[in-house]
Unconditional design. Sequence first.
Length: 270
Amino acid sequence: MSVKEKKSKSKTKKKPEKEDVQIKEKVKKPKEKPAEKTKTEVKPPREATLIISLIENPVTTEEKIYNAMLRIEQLIESDVAISREDLFDLGEDIERQLMEILPEWINKPWMYVTPEHQQQLDSWCSDWSNFIMEYARINIKHIIHIEEERAKYPFNNKPVKKRLARKQLQQIGNYIVAQEMGIWWDKKKIRLRLYWRTLDEWADIIYEWSIKTGRAAGAERVMTLYDIQQANQPWSTIPQEDLRRIFDIMDDKGYIEWADKKKNIIAFIF
């Protein structure tokens, strides 16, 4: 065998060794990097979202901020008996909530003029009364003060330079009373009590709240009228006269028993 052939054989023998080294190198497991911690989005609580919303939108009034904070307190106290129908999602802007219920005709100048013909007048009163009921429900207002409301938007609509007069709001109020959706709370017809929920509905809602909070079956089943008003719930600002009527309805339905009727003290029945 020649020297060249020996050299070529030796070269061919060495090749597998290199391949073996390469394979061994491949077999080596790479160092495992510690798994990166995935950042989970931490959503702010609903009440915090509302506060951020109020800060971002400076076009707010003291009353809107007060109403917003009142709603926050209601949720902190208890997360029940506050349906989506009663309260819009707290993450939404208060200003936008009002915009969502504004009817298409709100910026029409003629809607601030009282029609002369009876058919048109009835339609005009109906449109305004439907809006007022929705407006009161969203703002949790059981009694509205005509003079206070007519100074606010949209009753005072500055973009179209129109404003409802006291007599117009009283006329709309009379229509609401005729439809049995409210009653005048004073002889001068300045304060209007609105029933955007019936007393029967409030009786069911209050009893449901007593069950979900454990009051109906606990030591706190006995409550005074004052306790109900301090519960920070949508019914807390209902006038006392109507709260007493609600108690009577609850008694008829078997939701409560009177601990002391003269002192307006009730006891929930579970």
